[in-house]
Design a binder for this molecule. Structure first.
Ligand code: NAD
Ligand code: UGA
Length: 437
């Protein structure tokens, strides 16, 4: 099949290269010329494990190419995917659909034969209808089916998630489009990944339902962590005890500093807007959004408490800035809420992140960036583990403690066994581990 991928960001690039790896001929398009130039030169515009090798293999095999010219990519394509951004609009949290609609307009003008246009971007219910109208007006001469095919990959595990998905959701009632989508994803059926055909609006809602549910699951365990701290229980064991129930499941029950990233925050807000427009109250999702916002800011208090309450003049060593490990993505990272709160209260911050420093530099002015974890710990009054990069899982705590002004570890991801930290001569503060006090 010939596939055009419009938008070569996290989702477009990963989806494009994986579809090429399945044997399809894929052209990835982006309007950002510097991104395309980098990709053509073999440089990845994002950090995602395994991506560079997979891109190189598929480019060399002649199955994958990059262009800024949408006409070239769309002409003759069997399926055209839209994978452009849908960020929050300023004020309110509506999804900004301008990139999606612009892409639809451009696709409509470039189409040369009947085609299936697939929305992979996360878009509010009803967007497929509007995309269809735009395409019909721009291209009255060819039959165009519009499909919703939301993406469920996680950054940092994106290739694995794309190639071994829990499910593929395809929203269309059009049999021709169903047949094309079956061909696109046929290689996945070997792994027995289920494909779920639904109506278009249903597919759009499945995506928001999944993200809102996961955000709520995390927020639920975060609130239990607060309770565990005050009643003398260990939330890591509570999570295990709850998660072993098949009906609940063990994943996404790691208490932490609050969820971040390019999707949970914006998608929960957009879902609330959709509900409001339909006069429906999603009280649980609203509570999740509020609790998560408060939580991120409360992490500065937690760090202050570890230092006896006062942050003025204190030096905070920070390990990890990105919203999760395995990515350089800083969008809505908890660090963006926590660091300003620390600075406001008079602390200085020295930080290290294995991949996020370049993006973080512009977003977090006023902090010093270190070259290593050891540099971030040196002379610090407290060391805060904010993102659970593998590199931070086996730190030489003895050595770090000796260089710190005060050997205190605030482990916001519960990575460390408190007894090991104590043996290294450090005071330990985790999340929801109230059994220690
Ligand atoms: P991104 O910002 O990384 O990439 C979007 C790309 O689209 C940019 O490179 C931009 O230049 C390009 N673009 C915009 N308009 C264009 C046009 N008209 N023609 C060509 N290129 C154009 O975004 P992302 O993180 O990949 O997210 C894309 C969509 O996928 C969003 O709706 C997001 O919610 C959804 N999603 C993201 C993830 C994730 O992990 N990042 C996972 C699942 C779903
Ligand atoms: C999330 C979803 O997991 C994907 O299925 C979805 O496709 C994607 O959003 C999207 O729509 O963009 P992602 O944001 O890449 O993926 O990362 P997650 O692993 O879900 O983590 C999101 C946030 O939740 C991170 O800040 C992470 O630290 C936090 N988290 C996650 C926890 O605090 N505890 C957990 O147990 C799990």
């Amino acid at each position: 099949m010939k596939i055009a991928m419009i938008g070569s960001g996290y989702v477009g690039l990963v989806s494009g290269v994986c579809l090429a790896d399945f044997g399809h001929r894929v052209v990835c398009v982006d309007k950002d010329a510097s991104k395309i130039e980098a990709l053509r030169a073999g440089r990845m515009p994002i950090y995602e494990p395994g991506l560079d090798t997979l891109v190189a293999t598929n480019v060399a095999a002649g199955r994958l190419s990059f262009t800024t010219d949408i006409n070239d990519a769309v002409a003759g394509a069997d399926a055209v995917f839209i994978a452009v951004g849908t960020p929050s609009r300023r004020g309110g949290g509506h999804a900004d659909l301008s990139y999606v609609f612009a892409a639809a307009e451009e696709i409509g003008q470039a189409v040369t034969k009947p085609v299936v246009v697939v929305t992979k971007s996360t878009v509010p219910v009803g967007t497929g209808d509007r995309v269809e109208t735009i395409l019909r007006e721009a291209c009255p001469d060819h039959e165009i089916a519009v499909v919703s095919n939301p993406e469920f990959l996680r950054e940092g595990a994106a290739i694995e998630d794309f190639k071994q998905p829990d499910r593929i959701v395809v929203g269309t009632d059009d049999p021709r489009a169903q047949a094309v989508m079956t061909e696109v994803y046929r290689p996945l059926f070997v792994n027995q990944s289920p494909i779920l055909f639904t109506g278009r609006r249903t597919a759009e809602l499945i995506k928001y339902g999944a993200n809102a549910f996961l955000a709520t699951k995390i927020t639920f365990i975060n609130e239990l962590a607060d309770l565990a701290e005050s009643v003398g229980a260990d939330v890591t064991q509570v999570a295990r005890g709850i998660g072993l129930d098949d009906r609940i499941g063990p994943r996404f029950l790691n208490a932490g500093p609050g969820y971040g990233g390019s999707c949970f925050p914006k998608d929960t807000l957009a879902l609330l807007q959709t509900a409001e427009e339909s006069d429906v109250s999603l009280r649980i999702v609203a509570a999740t959004v509020e609790a998560n916002d408060l939580r991120k800011r409360a992490m500065a208090d937690k760090i202050a408490d570890a230092l006896g309450g006062d942050l003025a003049g204190k030096r905070v060593g920070l390990l990890g800035l990105t919203f999760k490990p395995g990515t350089d993505d800083m969008r809505d990272a908890p660090s963006l809420a926590i660091v300003p709160a620390l600075l406001e209260r008079g602390a200085s911050v020295q930080a290290f992140d294995p991949e996020g420093m370049e993006q973080a530099r512009a977003m977090l002015p006023g902090i010093s960036m270190c070259d290593t974890a050891a540099d971030a710990a040196r002379d610090a009054d407290v060391l805060v583990l904010l993102t659970e990069w593998d590199l931070f899982r086996a730190l030489d705590l003895h050595a770090l403690a000796r260089t710190m002004a005060r050997p205190i570890l605030v482990d916001l991801r519960n990575v460390y066994d408190p007894s090991i930290v104590a043996r290294a001569g450090m005071t330990y503060h985790g999340v929801g581990r109230g059994d220690l006090s």
